[in-house]
Write a new protein. Structure first.
Length: 154
């Protein structure tokens, strides 16, 4: 699952101010660093989550949860009913809110499945694992090529 842009930017700003700034001696470089921190702080609250990504994640999770609920229907009907009701209660919009609600149902499903006998849990866990694997790929796909080589050289 993705880290919220606000948290990522907060972490970068904190690192720049607390770890990098003390080691920057040049007044020009310090000014450039302050400008970058200022830009990041102002950008932080202007970023909106991409609705297409939220919609894709929630659609995948809902499909997986529906398959898990179907697998639990006879062996663990109380769990299946609770998960089905939670899915139905998830808001349809906006997409980020729907995704957050569906993620909460996914966590609830995984916790509930963990308490079930292995033979019951396996069939319900499979679609959730497939969703999580696909979601991990969706989360990594938009990342830019790593700059670890440049970072390690300083």
């Amino acid at each position: 699952m993705r880290i919220a842009a606000e948290h990522l930017i907060d972490g970068v700003v904190r690192t720049l101010v607390e770890a990098v700034l003390p080691d920057v001696a040049s007044p020009f470089a310090r000014g450039q660093l302050y400008a970058a921190v200022d830009a990041l702080r102002n950008l932080r609250d202007r970023i909106e989550p991409r609705t297409d990504q939220a919609e894709e994640e929630s659609a995948s999770a809902v499909a997986a949860l529906e398959r898990a609920v179907a697998a639990l229907a006879t062996a663990a009907p109380a769990v299946a009913d609770r998960l089905r009701a939670a899915l139905e209660a998830a808001p349809a919009a906006p997409p980020p809110a729907r995704t957050a609600a569906v993620r909460a149902v996914l966590v609830d499903a995984l916790e509930a499945i963990a308490t079930l006998p292995a033979e019951v849990a396996q069939a319900a866990r499979r679609p959730l694992a497939e969703h999580l694997g696909a979601q991990a790929l969706r989360d990594v796909a938009p990342l830019k090529p790593s700059m670890l080589g440049e970072i390690s050289r300083g």
